[in-house]
Design a protein around this ligand. Structure first.
Ligand code: AGP
Length: 610
């Protein structure tokens, strides 16, 4: 999605803006630009393509000034081009915007009728004309912005720079994230926290409908009725380094290796294995002190987060015996789901800004369901919409392909499973102590598993010329097979598909031919024999089978072409471990192919528009 950065303070604004846009590149974009205000007026530079193109322009004539705004654009209206790149300007009004104006066509028509000259195909330019028109009637910029916003339907995070007011930035937020960063004699605003971290860790996310006025020494936040609000300042512990690659070739690889620490930090403060204590913040407020007041659970999510939800379903139904539906948010939001006061809705989202998941959550709330979110970003839109939030402590996930957030989501889902099983009287104190002791070992199992990266790399590179891959599994590992397929296709652009192994004979086995790679997840559990026969079936038709299984399973390793060992742990926890070899497998194939692993084509880290 689009990236926004704004600065006002004592530094050269251009340097801060470019630095901030670099930290927002992962959001996916096709053009970029900046506008800086100085004694001589507004200076703008924009360029199609990657940031390097913009920097080349700035090298020739660097805009000088202490206040400015910048933007990386992910096209929604109007082709990627310099003309359509932000910032957009009409007179002294300069705007950067993330989101979509749904009624842009009618507004554009009205404005053209009034004599407005449009220079771009973007919906964003409409804001410039609306605000500029209002400023002909008043010199109150804030009021002009408010009036303009009243005419707009859709979503926006907006930063406005007005040439006649060099010491101010005006902000507005509805449906698209915007965060203020509070520095010393300087303030910033951005779409996302990593862009702020080099200057401050004190942030204030704006809520929907809020406007703000930023100067270098102050910030004021108003609600839709112009009432001034006092807001809590969040202190972010992420350092700029966390958002850097830390010596790894790609963010994605760095984030795969962060997973032991991520599970540790996600468990931290929530489990006491010795005493069998489980402390999930906000849960008592939602469930009451004991028991479980809901008849059903509806999980809603997209992509990788949806796969995590599918694993959660297996766990919760097996241990807590509560019925769980797992819904694609993009479908759920347009269905008429049978949920209500008897339903606990669990939206899962790494970014907390996925438009479909937010919309589905709003629908759930309109049907009086209670909402417990699983989210990775403090103060995100989803967190602020939900009745309670259990945060994954995965830190900034910069790679577009989600890895550590997935494992962190599974960790939280497992803790929720244990909490529900305990409240349902399905888990004795001793059994809970055993489970907590097991889950606390996961970080060390992950560390051990990562030591097989070189072996996985070798297998992956031997298969780089395959044109399509199948991933098969059963039970709670089936969603992990779906996740392995998604990882591979989204970063290597090779077709891959996950199947429930029992489904092969219902069609997909027709895909098997000599040398077709089939990745099989083979934990030693009640369906072990079944999946072994699935492996025989595909082997008999020429498949090249890569099995992931129990480290002690010699039978299996001798039956297949390649074998990846998983450390022994409680069966129900193994989905947390099986995900990692699949992440590495996908990474090494993509890296070998030379695709843009961290920013794969056509994808964005957070899909904040429909
Ligand atoms: C995962 O690798 C993808 N980048 C994508 O499917 C992602 O999981 C999905 O867009 C949901 O994002 P969220 O968790 O931020 O809501």
């Amino acid at each position: 999605m689009c990236g926004i950065i704004g600065y006002i303070g004592h530094r050269e604004a251009t340097d801060v803006l470019i630095d901030g846009l670099k930290r927002l590149e992962y959001r996916g974009y096709d053009s970029a630009g900046i506008a800086v205000l100085n004694g001589r007026g507004i200076e703008m530079e924009r360029a199609e393509g990657k940031l390097a193109a913009l920097q080349a322009k700035i090298k020739k004539s660097k805009p000088h000034g202490k206040i400015g705004i910048g933007h990386t654009r992910w096209a929604t209206h109007g082709v990627p081009s310099e003309r359509n790149a932000h910032p957009h300007r009409v007179g002294d009004v300069v705007v950067v915007h993330n989101g979509i104006i749904e009624n842009h066509a009618e507004l554009r028509k009205q404005l053209i009728k009034k004599g407005c000259q449009f220079r771009s195909e973007t919906d964003t330019e409409i804001f410039c004309h609306l605000i500029h028109s209002e400023l002909k009637k008043t010199d109150d910029v804030g009021k002009s912005i408010q009036k303009a916003l009243e005419k707009v339907r859709g979503s926006y995070s907006l930063v406005v720079l007005y040439g006649k007011e060099p010491g101010k930035l005006y902000l507005a937020k509805l449906g698209s994230p915007l965060v203020v960063g509070l520095g010393k004699k300087e303030n910033l605003v951005a779409s996302d926290i990593p862009a702020l971290l080099s200057y401050t860790r004190n942030v204030v996310p704006l809520e929907d409908g809020e406007l703000a006025l930023l100067t270098k020494n102050s910030f004021k936040i108003l609600n839709g009725n112009g009432k001034s609000l006092s807001k809590r300042v969040n202190h972010i512990t992420w350092t700029p380094l966390m958002a850097e690659k830390g010596g790894f070739k790609h963010f994605m690889l760095k984030e795969i290796y962060e997973q032991p620490r991520v599970v540790e930090e996600t468990l931290m403060g929530r489990i006491q294995p010795d005493s069998g204590r489980l402390i999930l913040e906000g849960v008592n407020k939602l469930f009451g002190k004991k028991g479980f007041p809901f008849k059903q659970i509806a999980i809603i999510a997209c992509g990788t987060s949806w796969h995590a939800g599918l694993v959660g379903k297996y766990w919760i139904e097996k241990l807590a015996r509560v019925p769980v539906s797992v819904n694609l948010a993009s479908e759920f939001r347009y269905a008429d789901p049978m949920i209500g006061r008897d339903t606990l809705v669990i939206p899962i989202s790494q970014s907390g800004e996925t438009a479909d998941t937010l919309a589905a959550t709003h629908l759930a709330k309109s049907k009086k369901a209670k909402v417990l979110a699983i989210c990775n970003v403090l103060g995100s839109s989803l967190a602020r919409t939900s009745d309670a939030t259990l945060y994954t402590h995965a830190g900034p996930e910069i790679g577009v392909a989600s890895t550590k957030a997935f494992v962190a989501q599974l960790t939280v889902l497992y803790l929720i499973t244990l909490e529900l099983a305990k409240r349902q009287g399905k888990l004795s104190k001793e059994a809970l102590i055993t489970q907590l002791t097991e889950i606390r070992k996961i970080p060390q199992h992950l560390t051990k598993l990562l030591k097989s990266a070189a072996h996985i790399k070798e297998i992956a590179e031997s298969l780089v010329n395959a044109s399509h891959f199948l991933f098969i599994a059963r039970g709670p590992h089936f969603p992990v097979a779906l996740e392995g397929a998604l990882k591979l296709k989204e970063i290597s652009y090779v077709h891959a598909e996950g199947f429930a192994a029992g489904e092969l004979k219902h069609g997909p086995i027709a895909l098997i031919d000599e040398g077709v790679p089939v990745v099989a997840l083979v934990p030693k559990n009640e369906t072990y024999e079944k999946i072994l026969s699935n492996i025989e079936e595909v082997k008999a038709r020429g498949a090249h089978v890569i099995a992931i299984g129990d480290a002690t399973d010699r039978d299996l390793s001798e039956k297949v072409d390649d074998f990846i060992a998983i450390p022994k742990t409680d069966y129900l926890l193994t989905p947390l471990l099986y995900a990692v070899p699949l992440q590495l497998f996908a990474y090494y194939i993509a890296d070998h192919k030379g695709t843009d692993v961290d920013q794969p084509r056509n994808l964005a880290k957070s899909v904040t528009v429909e």
